[in-house]
Design a protein around this ligand. Structure first.
Ligand SMILES: O=C(O)CCC(=O)C(=O)O
Ligand SMILES: [Fe+2]
Length: 314
């Protein structure tokens, strides 16, 4: 029978220096990323109680009346998704509302006034997520066999990372879409969720990511897929809404700086006699196309732009 679970990796060996634990974890992650691009992590350094608290404050915010939420409507200047509160337009099939925030102290962040604790808890959570992001990035770096710190240096600018807190409205229709099937156009994403709903495509079958205590779901994004010339897969995923109650989650997007040039690395092409599977591009150009079309569509009918846009057909 096909394995229908999401592999969970304990990252504590990376904190206590257990060499054989680190090696085992890297093997499991390499396999998961080569086959389908997602896994779950625990003991990643982000305190579970802090994540739960952050999700609670986001929930409280989403329960406020519309006029109150609209006070946090997006301002100008954010590099990718506008910072602030938005709701999918009525004609969208994706029934959710969301709040986008860039790293603490970003000048374009729009913080809700209510609940008053949200800003501080968000900033603390974001700082922890960035640290865990650095750890996972260095693990992926090693799993890909890249020179030490290659990804860290390639992706040294954190100003374009964002956190999106989401609320998916309940539905009476079973299997109703909250977010259509997509791949993330970034390096990778962490997701924290209160109830099931997030699903990943594995061997043609949708696998639910069952929330586990303190767990963060990691999905590889398009940039790692391009750099590795498809060695690691950008995970296809979607969100199914729940009956009766709302579903809440937050996702930390580990992005790239917009001016960065992205193309398959020589290690995965000329050095091993493989043809590049993608043309090179500036990250900001891809991000702008994706933003219009993919994760949080504002246009209808949807124009789907995926990383295939840059694929070289053979
Ligand atoms: O809400 C979730 O569980 C996933 C969100 C997601 O896939 C995204 O924002 O790209
Ligand atoms: Fe996603």
């Amino acid at each position: 029978m096909a394995d229908t679970s999401i592999v969970t990796v304990d990252l504590s060996p990376f904190f206590n220096g257990d060499e054989s634990g680190m090696k085992d974890a890297k093997e499991v992650i390499t396999r998961a990323c080569s086959d389908y691009g997602f896994f779950q992590i625990v003991n990643h350094g982000v305190p579970p109680s802090l994540m739960a608290q952050a999700l609670d404050f986001f929930k409280t915010f989403f329960e406020l009346p519309n006029e109150e939420k609209l006070k946090a409507s997006p301002g100008e200047g954010a590099p990718f998704e506008p910072a602030g509160y938005r709701k999918q337009p009525d004609h969208s099939v994706e029934k959710n509302e969301f709040l986008v925030m860039y790293p603490p102290a970003s000048s374009f962040n729009v913080y809700p006034d209510n609940p008053p604790e949200l800003k501080q808890v968000f900033e603390e959570t974001f700082s922890h997520l960035m640290k865990a992001g650095l750890l996972v990035e260095s693990i992926l770096n090693d799993c890909l066999g890249l020179p030490p710190n290659f990804l860290k240096e390639f992706n040294h600018d954190r100003s374009g990372d964002f956190l999106v807190a989401l609320r998916y409205f309940p539905t009476n229709d079973a299997r109703c879409s909250g977010l259509s099937a997509h791949e993330d156009g970034n390096c990778f994403t962490f997701v924290f969720q209160d109830v099931v709903g997030l699903e990943f495509l594995k061997d043609g079958v949708w696998i639910p990511a069952i929330p586990i205590e303190g767990g963060l779901v990691v999905n590889v994004g398009d940039i790692i897929q391009v750099l590795s010339n498809n060695k690691f897969k950008s995970a296809t995923h979607r969100v199914i809404r729940q009956e009766v109650k709302s579903r809440h989650s937050f996702a930390y997007y580990r992005n790239l700086e917009g001016e960065k040039w992205v193309e398959p690395l020589p290690k995965f092409t000329e050095e091993i006699g493989e043809a590049a599977k993608y043309r090179g591009f500036f990250y900001k150009d891809f991000a702008a196309m994706k933003m219009k079309s993919d994760t949080h569509p504002s246009s209808y009918p949807k124009v789907i732009v995926t990383i295939k846009h840059y694929a070289i057909s053979t």
